[in-house]
Design a protein around this ligand. Structure first.
Ligand code: MEV
Length: 322
């Protein structure tokens, strides 16, 4: 049996802007996607997820149950590699990362799935192959993915991401008196729709959008400076400016703005969309001593799904168990 797991992510700065080459800052979090591979002898390939459905290929007979569309991108990862396992594979996906939430669920699952299958074939994890396979699935899930999600899941920690080939794993420590909360807006959304909306606005309003993208680039430079100096008050303010830019490019939404306002009014340092926007989770930066007050206020307004997430330095992890 092989067990592979990889973390979800939050984007601290730069979602959407990164799709057009502006660097972005992402952090792996302690919610993980886990994929278990059992080698079988029944000539069947099974991909099974409690949440997104089940795919079964026995000989030439194929069956897809429940939300087949969400499973299909993952099948492209296995397709390439399965032929070497004619005797059968039973694969179970089990993820702690909410789906359609901006927390990198598909990126983490793709990385864990690719990591496990590459390990099965090669006996080791070759990161270039794993990332390439995961990007195949990501390209089906999202239109024009920048690749930041699977990269963060693969490497873990704090990632300054430029493009598929260029990224840095940063060594800044997040102090123990700072917390990150994520709040479910209750509004489901699709990354591909948000990305398309932004790219269309970019084409229509190129001159102005270019200025906004320049501001997003400046923001990253400033954010790195504040992180280096551990100035979390300034970092919170930069998150709010980032939120303003996200609003300008068209991915903010009223419920999200409401949560952000409640967070700031009750003492948080900063708050913003994380991921594609137009729904999903809102990210809040808060001092530990104010965390309970902020969470209580938001909960009282009916947003009960609030999770405290921690920095996870571990990226993809694959083990062989007997
Ligand atoms: C999704 O987590 C982040 C986006 O920038 C899309 C991408 O970079 O692929 C919205």
């Amino acid at each position: 049996m092989i067990v592979a797991d990889a973390p979800g992510k939050i984007i601290l700065f730069g979602e959407h802007f990164v799709v057009k080459g502006v660097p972005a800052l992402a952090m792996a979090i302690n919610l993980r996607a886990r994929v278990v591979f059992n080698i079988t002898n029944n000539n069947c390939l099974v991909l099974d997820s409690r949440i997104i459905g089940r795919y079964e290929l026995c000989g030439h007979s194929e069956r897809i149950e429940r939300k087949g569309d969400l499973l299909k991108p993952y099948l492209t990862i296995i397709d390439n590699e399965y032929n070497r396992h004619h005797n059968g594979l039973y694969i179970v996906i089990d993820s702690q990362i909410p789906i359609g939430a901006g927390l990198g669920s598909s990126g983490a699952t793709s990385i864990a799935l690719s990591g496990g299958i590459v390990f099965l074939n090669k006996g080791c994890v070759d990161k270039t192959t794993v990332y390439g396979l995961a990007m195949k699935a990501e390209s089906i899930f999202h239109s024009k993915p920048s690749g930041i999600d699977p990269r963060t899941s693969l490497e873990g920690g704090l990632i300054l991401y430029r493009d598929q080939k260029r990224f840095d794993k940063l060594s800044y420590r997040i102090p123990s008196d700072i917390d990150f909360l994520i709040v479910n807006s209750g509004i489901p959304r699709k990354t591909s729709l948000a990305v398309t909306k932004v790219l269309n606005r970019y084409e229509r309003q190129k001159k102005i959008m270019q200025k906004i993208y320049e501001a997003a680039e400046e923001l990253i430079i400033e954010a790195l400076n504040t992180l280096k100096h551990g100035d979390y008050t300034a970092l919170g303010e930069l998150m709010l400016i980032n939120q303003g830019l996200l609003n300008a490019i068209g991915v903010s939404y009223p419920v999200g703005e409401k949560i952000i306002k409640m967070a700031i009014d009750s003492g948080a340092l900063g708050a913003k969309i994380t991921g594609a926007g137009l729904g999903g989770y809102i990210l809040i930066l808060v001092e530990k001593e104010k965390e309970k007050k902020v969470a209580k206020k938001i909960e009282e307004e009916g947003f009960k799904d609030i999770i405290k997430v921690n920095y996870d330095h571990r990226g993809l992890h694959v083990v062989s168990e007997s």
